[in-house]
Structure formats: structure tokens, C-alpha cells
Design a protein around this ligand. Sequence first.
Ligand code: RIB
Ligand code: CA
Length: 313
Amino acid sequence: MAKKVILDVDPGIDDAMVLCLALFDPAIEVIAVTSTGGNVTPQVASRNLHAIIEYLDPPRLPRIGFGTEPDDGLPVDGRYVHGIDGLGGTDLPSAALLTQHPAEKVICDAVRSAPDEVTIITLAPLTNLARAFQRDPELPQLINQVVIMGGNLDVSGNITPAAEFNMYCDPIAARQVFQSPCTKTLIPLDVTNRITLTLGHLDQLPAESTKIGHFLRSILKPAFRAYRQRFGLEGIHIHDMITYMAAIHPELFTTKEVAGNVETIGELTRGMTVFDRRRVPEWQSNMEVAYFIEKEEVIQKTLEGLHYAAGCE
Ligand code: RIB
Ligand code: CA
């Protein structure tokens, strides 16, 4: 039976790439997609999510929920990579916004519709999931697992020297999720930085003549330019796609049990993920963290999934 999945996104170029694959993936049933601020404002994220789903027109429409700013506001955005519109300036026709159902309500309804069956894949700041837990305190025990893109174990941050972007944007929400009793797997920069999508991979995407092939090129080419200009890299990271692959193909990743938490107030360390690796740890283990990835297989599965999706047009 297809795995029931909720995607939480801040589209965002790598989020959009996941939507192109996931919404057509026969291995899963995307029962809900929720948007939040991060790479862009919550309003732009909501508009992008709706426009992407309208453009892709998947065989099964998920429920859609829209998030709002974290209580303490959003400290930063990812426009330097994702562009002002969050999609590299791609001029997707903006669809008339549906009634904006709150993301936390959609998450709670979707999990309660299938207790113990749902995998939540978070590819954005954790504002929506933390709010869902506040709305329904029993929710963590009703979720099959949460797979989280975020944090850093033994590598530097990407938005500050200490912190990864999703953790940095809403560290209070991240701490609440880390401390919740649901089954969690963290996919940190240590693993998501290990794959660089190159121009050679661009040539292996579905043909430009397909809707998905055209859309992917239109969002990825500006990201390549941004990475070259800002980081001097000849390629881009696809953090969210790697996290999606970890949820759907866990056999391609190696994880270990850790006790993790998130710094919420440090002037230099806000959003830093901290793990108790003392010889005699005192913190309670609360998640699995990925530390190894079968890179070539993940890239192969990504290209296969995108070609399958393009063939569904
Ligand atoms: O640090 C990478 C994460 O921040 C990804 O989810 C990317 O989309 C941005 O949200
Ligand atoms: Ca994201």
C-alpha cells in the first residue's frame, strides 16, 4: 500500500523540485502539502505552492494548508539563492488562492485521518509542525515518523557559521519538535551537502519539451548562477530532494541514534543543533540522524523519479 505522506515546504527551488517528483510518485500518496515562510515570506510560499500544484496538475490533489510567520517573525530569507519570488524568477501563472486553511489544522486532520500511518517530511522551518503539536497535543504519538531536513552535526551551518537555515528561521519551533515524542529522523547538512547537482545532471533531466523538464530548467538555472556568484560553486545543493529520498528510500542512508536539541537565543549560535556526545551522555536519545548516503543511487533515484513524473503528463 502506498505510504501516506505530508510535505511541509517553503518553495523555494529545492522544495519545488521535490513537489515535481513526489506528486507523481506511485510509491506514495501525498495526502497534504503545507507551506510556511523561510526561503520567502509565508505569503509568497503559499502563492508558489498553489501555483506549482496548479501547473503540475497531479493525478491526486493533496489537501493544501498555508502557514504564517513564526511568533518571533522570520529573521532572514533565502532570496540570495531562490530569488525574490522564490522560484528563480520563473513566471508561473499565479492561481487564484483557495480558501487559506491553516497549515496546522490540515496537518492535524490529515494525521488523524490515518493514525500511525502518516510520514511527515519537513523541508522548511518547523513552525507548522510545532503549531500542529500545540493544537493537538496527542498528535506526536499518532504520527508514524517525521523526516526533517535541517541541522548540522560535524559541518558548519549554511546561514551562519553555527546554524542550518531551517533551524535558524524558527529555533523555538525546532526545539519543540526535537523534544516531542514522535519518531524523528534528521537529515543534516553533513549528508545533504554531499551531493552537488551539476550542469551535467541538468542534461539528464526530463526533456525541455515536457512541462516538468521545462519548469525544472527554469528554476534550476538561476540557482546555478546564484551558487556560482555567491559561493563560487559549479553546482547546487538539493537539500530537500535528498531528505525526500531519505524518507522514501531509507536503505540508501545510514543513521545513528542521538540526543539532540536546538539553541534558541545565542547571539552567534541561534539555530545551532547541539548533540550530547559526551562519553557518558546525560540527555535522552530523541532521534535518528543520517550520517552516510549512497550518493550515486540517490542521484539515480532522483532522475528516475523526475522522468516518471514527466511521463505522467
Ligand atoms: O538549509 C537548506 C534548507 O533551507 C532547504 O530546505 C532549503 O529549501 C532552505 O529552506
Ligand atoms: Ca526548503
